[in-house]
Design a protein around this ligand. Sequence first.
Ligand code: SF4
Length: 334
Amino acid sequence: MSNLLEVYKLSKYFPVRSGLFNRKKKYVYAVDDISFSVGNRETLGLVGESGCGKSTASRTILNLLTPTSGEVWFQGKNMFEMHPRERRKLRQGIQIIFQDPFGSLNPRLTVERIVEEPLLTHGIGDRISRKQEVEKTLSEVGLLPEHMKRFPHEFSGGQRQRIMLARALILKPRLIIADEPVSALDVSVQAKMLNLMLRLQKQFELSYIFVSHDLGVIRHVSHKVAVMYLGEIVELAPVKSLYATPLHPYTRSLLSSVPIPDPHKKNRKKVILQGDVPSPRNPPPGCRFHTRCPECMDICTQKKPPARQIEDGHIVSCHLHSAGEIWSPPAPDR
Ligand code: SF4
């Protein structure tokens, strides 16, 4: 698969001032030196506990937050180094769906107006063609023409998430970043939404970055998975390889709480992590996971583990796997 999106050494630090006269400048290391790529018709699952930097990474990729450093290449173009007008045009190709279907839709606008809005913003079509496009897109996500004149509060959570999906789809994007798109929904509605997203992926040749804290959901939709902890990617692997042989102790602990959907196989032994996630304002030295890692060694408290490729495409940052070859992300084609 050729790469549609390349995220290269991307960081986002938020400055915070403290001390006398607010002079001391510190940083919240929300996203720290992350790299990955997403191919055409491919889904990358971005997983980790809340506060690990997944959502900040998504917003920085879209330039909704100004990056501290790094590059994002979309369709062979560096998004951070182009004229804002050109970037705005290219951004039509990347859309985002937010987690909260209740808070993300303007309660004063009809569904027709909400879904039409991206077309208006980009000056696409006239009144009649826009209306036809809205109707067509709503039917793609399983909503009816009579829903157009209704307001968001008249819909269930699942239907609102479909409205958000229609709003993202109307610009015919190549990539959708879905930030916890099903976590606010009931389990039965979650399954319908996930299946709809998979169908739309085939139909429109879409790629997704699927952000979630739920490894069960990630497994269902992803081709490859990046596991984030405290702003860093600690493991990146094809989905089969990650679920068959998780290498990082953090990934193993996350996976241990996911039931295996096979009655003949035993569930994994539960690994309960001690303590809370440290503050990204003051990340621990060495391996950032060492304060909670059940397999922590002396070296882990002092030396940051480099990323190593253990097998084809399976990359991990952990001193337990020092036999692998050191891995650097390939620089995007300039
Ligand atoms: Fe645990 Fe050490 Fe590996 Fe970090 S480097 S995950 S502390 S074993």
